[in-house]
Structure formats: structure tokens, C-alpha cells
Ligand binder design. Structure first.
Ligand code: LLP
Length: 415
């Protein structure tokens, strides 16, 4: 299986062995389409990369939480990184092993913590002392010991979009690594906590693994110190963050090379290593199919108006993200320069700006590339638009793994 499952055959864009136009004609548009083989190949690149080193690859559910994708990964042996009670519920519904779940996030509620204790998760990645106190109290009430890793903030610059950089002290995440030893020591008072791990995560869409390695070195140094002080540290959770190429001219960082670099640092440390990748597993494995509705010009500007919008894929509007746009059918139509925009009533509703692309006419189908991560999960019903359908392809087979929302879905629960 090629790393990129979206390739042209006879000028027709396929996902694995299925023509995307067939999916569009039967499932409608806008529709997210994911390649199961690509998702599994990316997961295995992580898992195989670690080889015999004790490890758990905890897929970051936030990147794409469709049940069928979670089930696919659970069956392949993946663990999961969750950030809410809702994600815990999804993972358990999909058959995920609670003993491979880590729970991250700065604002876990008592209810969410209690659900995770009941499920018997692998570890809480704790981000503050009040959170430690709450987990201790809830675990005590259940007569359990909660496994804890403090999420430390290594104060490393991740060089990514400022909204998704998390490893500097000015960010809300983690506990200042310089304070960590003192916090571990104070946490000794909590008799229902097992202080077993250290975790960190410095940001997302990292195209260079250098900053992660810097963070890892700081975490390993801390682990040495903690062990010297008598803490029985068993695991290091080194977070997620490896990026994917959004522009055709960029190369997607190699998962194997990234893990090889990590492994170099962490082997012989008598540690279980956890990672929390999201985007690098699902990002390149998905596209958003959309149909051209209208063309118009305004002064010098060309617009291609499509049926997908910022409510379906908010990344261009929110992070100035670039997503390549491919015609489902390559033709001899001339190239144009246009803004690709949706029907939502905001100037911020665009999928591409000043994009050089094959001329698209009303009815023409397009694939918005690299939309498998942080696509559907960030979709909303803004402008009372039903969220798209989701389709999973494997080989020559495909199925709808989430129905397009109906108008009735949109008003459910309203008085
Ligand atoms: N672990 C933690 C604690 C995280 O906060 C994140 C992502 C991950 C793992 C997974 O990172 P990944 O491997 O996917 O880079 N919505 C944004 C991305 C937000 C990332 C948030 N945290 C986007 O569309 O670019």
C-alpha cells in the first residue's frame, strides 16, 4: 500500500481501489473519505518502529474520533489518548482496551475522572496540583490507586502555528519542568496515587522533530532525578505532534525516522515509552469531497463556490491552513487562479485563497486533501448545516461509517 492512498488512475482520483466519484454519487457531498489501509500503515509504522522496546502507541482520539476508525485501531492493538469523558465513551464503545488509555487535558471534571477510574485506565496525565488532589480523593473513594504521570511543560519552542504550540511556559499546559520535582514530592502525601510516569507534549504539526528531541532530553533528565529521589518511574509519555505535508511540494516527515530518533534516546533507560500521535496517523488518510455549485467573478477575483464550508472544515479559517484541492477527474480544462469558498455567510468561509487549480465548473467534484485529521471532529452546524457523511474505504470496499446529518438531527433536543 502506497503511503498516499489518493492517486489518479486514468485521470480519475481513487482512494485505494475505489473511484471517489462513485462514493460522491452514492453518498452525496460534502463527504469525508478515509483510507483504512493508510491509517493502519501509519499506526504500524509507529508500532513497528519501537520494535522490542516496551511501548504503547496511544492514538490521539481528538484527531478523528469516528467509531469505525477507533475500532480499526483498537483491533490493531492501539492504545488511546483521550481528553474528555466523551472520548472515553467512544473508545470503550469501539472496543478499546481501557488498560491502554491515557487521559490528558487541563480541565478534567470530577465526573470524567471518576468514569476513567471506573474504566481502569493506564494513566492520568495530570496538569496541576488541584487536579492531583481531586484524582486522589476520587480514587480513595473507590478504594483504588490511580496511575499518574505529571505532564511537564519543558519550555521548548515547537515552531508551529501559535494556536497549536503547547510547550512554552506561557501556554496553559503542564507543570513547569523546573517545579516538577517539588510537585512530585508534595504529591507523595496522596496515598491513592501511584506516581509512575512523566508526560509531555509540545505542540502539533511539527515538521521538524528537533524540538521534540529537546523536550525528550529534558524529560529523561527529570526522570533520572526523580528516580534518585526514590520515585518508581515506569513510563515516559512523549506526546504526539509529528506533522504531515499539506502542500504537494512538502514531504511528510517519516514516522519511522522519528521513532528511530526517539528510540535512540530512550532505550536502555528501563522505561515503557508512550506516544500520542493523531494527525500523522489519520491526516493524510482522509479527504473531504465537495461539489462545485457556482462560479463567479468579482472585479479581478475568481470564485469557485462549493458545497463544503468552514463549518465542515474550519482549518483554513482558523489556522490559515493550506489544503491541496484536487479534481476528481483530471481534464484539459485550463488552470485558473481562484478562491474556493463555501456557502456560509462569512468572508472567513474559504477553503483556499488565490489557488492555482484546474478550472472547475458547476457539478465538478473536488477533493480537499489531507483532511483526515481535525476535519470532521471540528465540524459544526453553523448556519444550520448538517455535518457531512463519513466513509471508510478498504481495498475495493467502502461503507458509510457516519450518516450525513438530517434536518431532524439538527433540532434534536430543542424545545
Ligand atoms: N497529545 C496531546 C496532549 C495533544 O494536545 C495533542 C494535540 C496530541 C497528543 C495529538 O497531536 P498530533 O499528533 O495530532 O499533532 N486542531 C488543530 C490541532 C490541535 C492539536 C491539539 N493537541 C489543527 O487542526 O491543526
Amino acid at each position: 500500500m502506497s503511503a498516499n492512498p489518493f492517486l489518479y488512475q486514468d485521470r480519475t482520483l481513487f482512494c485505494e481501489n475505489v473511484a471517489l466519484a462513485d462514493i460522491a454519487s452514492r453518498a452525496g457531498t460534502p463527504t469525508y473519505v478515509y483510507s483504512a489501509s493508510a491509517i493502519l500503515a501509519n499506526y504500524r509504522a509507529y508500532d513497528d518502529g519501537f520494535g522490542a522496546l516496551p511501548h504503547t502507541v496511544c492514538y490521539a482520539v481528538k484527531a478523528n474520533s469516528n467509531l469505525s476508525i477507533l475500532r480499526l485501531l483498537a483491533q490493531a492493538g492501539a492504545g488511546f489518548d483521550i481528553v474528555s469523558g466523551g472520548e472515553l465513551f467512544r473508545v470503550l464503545q469501539a472496543g478499546g482496551d481501557p488498560a491502554k488509555i491515557v487521559f490528558s487535558g487541563v480541565g478534567k471534571t470530577a465526573g470524567e475522572i471518576d468514569d476513567a477510574l471506573k474504566a481502569g485506565i493506564l494513566a492520568f496525565n495530570c496538569e496541576s496540583e488541584p487536579e492531583l488532589a481531586l484524582i486522589d480523593a476520587l480514587a480513595h473513594r473507590r478504594g483504588l490507586k490511580a496511575r499518574i504521570a505529571l505532564r511537564v511543560n519543558p519550555d521548548v519552542e515547537a515552531h508551529t502555528h501559535h494556536y497549536i504550540s503547547t510547550g512554552k511556559l506561557a501556554h496553559k499546559f503542564g507543570i513547569d519542568i523546573a517545579e516538577a520535582l517539588a510537585v512530585y514530592q508534595r504529591a507523595r502525601q496522596f496515598s491513592s496515587l501511584l506516581l509512575e510516569g512523566v508526560s509531555c507534549h509540545i505542540g502539533s504539526q511539527l515538521m521538524d522533530s528537533g524540538p521534540v528531541m529537546e523536550a525528550v532530553d529534558r524529560v529523561l533528565e527529570l526522570i533520572v532525578t526523580l528516580r534518585e529521589k526514590g520515585f518508581d518511574i515506569q513510563h515516559a509519555d512523549l506526546g504526539g505532534g509529528l506533522g504531515v505535508a499539506y502542500k504537494p511540494e512538502d514531504a511528510t516527515p517519516s514516522i519511522a525516522a522519528f521513532i528511530a530518533r526517539l528510540k535512540d534516546r530512550v532505550q536502555n533507560q528501563n522505561l515503557r515509552v508512550l506516544v500520542e500521535p493523531g494527525r500523522s496517523i489519520v491526516g493524510g488518510a482522509g479527504v473531504l469531497l465537495t461539489k462545485t455549485l457556482y462560479r463567479k467573478t468579482s472585479g479581478e477575483k475568481e470564485f469557485v463556490i462549493v458545497d463544503a464550508a468552514m463549518n465542515d472544515l474550519i482549518r483554513p479559517a482558523l489556522y490559515q491552513a493550506y489544503h491541496d484541492i484536487l479534481p476528481l477527474r483530471q481534464s484539459s480544462a485550463p488552470m485558473i487562479q481562484a478562491d474556493v469558498v463555501g456557502p456560509v455567510c462569512e468572508t472567513g468561509d474559504f477553503l483556499a485563497k488565490d489557488r492555482t487549480m484546474q478550472e472547475a465548473f458547476p457539478g465538478d467534484l473536488l477533493a480537499i486533501s489531507t483532511a483526515g485529521a481535525y476535519g470532521f471532529v471540528q465540524a459544526s452546524n453553523y448556519n444550520t448545516r448538517p455535518r457531512p457523511a463519513e466513509v471508510l474505504v478498504q481495498g475495493s470496499e467502502w461503507k458509510v461509517v457516519r450518516d450525513r446529518e438530517s434536518y431532524h438531527d439538527l433540532i434534536r433536543g430543542e424545545a
